[in-house]
Design a binder for this molecule. Sequence first.
Ligand SMILES: [Zn+2]
Length: 253
Amino acid sequence: MGEYIGDNSRSRSSDESGTYDEWIPSFCARFGHEYFCQVPTDFIEDDFNMTGLAQEVAHYRKALDLVLDLEAMSEEEEAEKEQPVSRSIVEHAAEQLYGLVHARFILTKPGLQAMAEKFDHKEFGTCPRYYCGGMQMLPCGVSDSVGKNSVRLYCPSCHDLYLPQSSRHLSLEGAYWGTSFPGVFLKHFKELEEYVDRKAKDTYQLRVFGFRVNDEAASGARMRWLRQYPISEEDQREWQQCEFHIPPLQRGA
Ligand SMILES: [Zn+2]
């Protein structure tokens, strides 16, 4: 055995034996795959959602059949048509295909909902930064193409990226979540923006025997303003003006 035989027949094999594992749930249940949510098969069966993936994934048809648990062709029939592809190659292609579909699915309404449940259960971990007070993070890709970067975690409170704390998540492909996911997620769940807004915006100030280190010193907090937020009404007004246009010059001074 050891060889996967792909085909074009559309019959399901899952009801033939009671011990058959469906590919998508078993892939998501694998150790280290906690960041993945289950993409419904009807989403994958919709050709519109798969646009362009046939060019990106090798052995696309076989990979798709594996993901959708479609029945394999008999060995003789396969031998007549083309060279059989080793099971591990098809398995790898199926993982890549699922990952890329996953990145598309989590930007849809049901996908965002599925990821929100994981977010609520802190399945993506919490921000290691002390002042973020255990804010839940969101998986994020640095690139949308496969093979560039592993997955990062975005903290909505400090707006920064972190590496996953567990080594089993360090090798996950970042493109399987994509660069747009945290942005779409935060825009979709408005209440989350408000929740983040209510969180304390403290930043750490280095001190030596009670004295602040000068901002000009090499260890000084020169870039502290990057994490500062408007507090007083005057700050707020200035910030709002700067956000949309350059404040007008004082003429005749
Ligand atoms: Zn944070």
